[in-house]
Design a protein around this ligand. Sequence first.
Ligand code: ATP
Ligand code: MG
Length: 537
Amino acid sequence: TGAYHSLTQLCENFRIPTRHDLDTAEYVLSQFPNPDHADSRVALIDSDTNQRVTYAQLHRSIRALASGLYHGVGVRKGDAIFLLSPNSVLYPTMCLAIFSIGAILSPANPAYTVSEIAKQVRDSGAKLVISTPEEQHKFAQIGVPILLTARSSDKDSLCVEELIEGCDPLELPKVKLTQSDTAAVLYSSGTTGTSKGVILTHANFIAVMTLLRWSIYEISAQDDIFLCFLPMFHIYGLAFFALGLFTVGVTTVLMKRYDFQAMLQAVEAHKVSNIPAVPPVILGLVKHASKIKCDLSSLRRIGSGAAALSKELTEEFRLKFPWVELRPGYGLTESCGATTFFVSNEDARAHPASCGMLEPTFSAKVIDIETGTALPPYKRGELWIKSPTIMKGYLGNEEATAATIDSDGWLKTGDLGYFDEDGFLYVVDRIKELIKHNGYQVAPAELEAVLLSHPKIADAAVIPVEDEESGEIPMAYVVRASGSEITEQQVIQFVANQVAPYKKVRRVDFIGAIPKSAAGKILRKQLVSDAHKQQTT
Ligand code: ATP
Ligand code: MG
């Protein structure tokens, strides 16, 4: 059939639970450290305030909030709840309380504007909004009841903190749930088009949690101190920090948002050993390695996902931080988290351009875009995947669902990639983002990798610019390293020396910073529209 299958199996201790009436919250809570240890074991540390939350406190607050949402607010099974909040120690409690009463979690970026919020609230059919007092003003015209996370000057409104303090965790309502019920509607990043509501079930999350537990044990990270700055509204942060890590009993240090210096200080202050990260973080560490004053000797592992990490950058990172294992992975909102991952650090070191092997339970195909046939190792095509973590579909968009999941359950990722003969995956780029130059296809990620390898370039992004003669030309936005005066011609020449002529960067613009999403993705759409505006004015 031309399919690749995971080469790793889940051992006896990590079977994906099949009990029909299990929900995500019950599963996560059942994996908490046993009650004798839960009192002292710290689940979360707020890096701003040093507030500590033990597993016992977390357990209590999840159940108290669930009971408060049900009895006090009247939330019922199937009600969607729109959650707009930066990371906080309350975030996981809110997610798990929502799950445990069968309501549907729909989180969003706290930086969203009123119209972006209105769109998601409408699309998800949210019955309740949970938001911070700081963001409350954005909901003035939304017309959906709002629950604030913390007390505000508005004394009449209920808030999450009060519900947790005032409700009895033992009055947890018995809501009948099954694994096939919807747990969350997460919106994809909207990198390539408008973002779509991805329907994820309890079965999806339970499978992802099981895989995460398995991988943490496999790499013996049970004693790690994790650092979280990835946003919990995105699947990567949600799966790790709002849910998954509690199933292995580790401690997580929480940052509200990403900041390079604050990250370094948090690693030193809390002896952080493990950072699930994204490529801009790796880039920052590599480019600023010589200027880092903080003690990073506690770091054992750093992950990278959500966007492409080049071979060059990977190797440079390993040279500069030889005591840290760098483990890339690949995943999508539609797969509820990681699809590939490196279990073995030796494998990771030996395959610096790869993002790992299929996780257990996953199968994949590489499909020739023109002929639709499955391709053998080393041949590039569209990556299709199948696993118990694959979404149910896109909310209210049967057309997009049918175009994305075929009748055999294969999810078409829209990513161009290939496997080697040992089963390691290489993601080339998104098919939609390939630049079409004179009939050839140029992958922006490949050119970005070349640009980033230049010591005088701090960051770069490549986009297509319309061109009458050749269709499109690759244009680079470049951030100069501090003190550097590298010119457009030097950049063009540097790339030209390393790639085939049709791939050459043909235009360069210098900017202060590359716009990126909170999950570390280059906001290419924004750059394309900037370039377009510039061209037409
Ligand atoms: P949208 O689907 O709305 O355009 P999006 O695809 O960016 O947005 P996500 O689900 O957050 O939204 O991201 C998944 C995508 O991120 C993948 O399809 C892939 O293109 C990219 N990606 C994730 N991990 C990697 C990786 N290791 N290397 C390269 N690309 C990656
Ligand atoms: Mg996508």
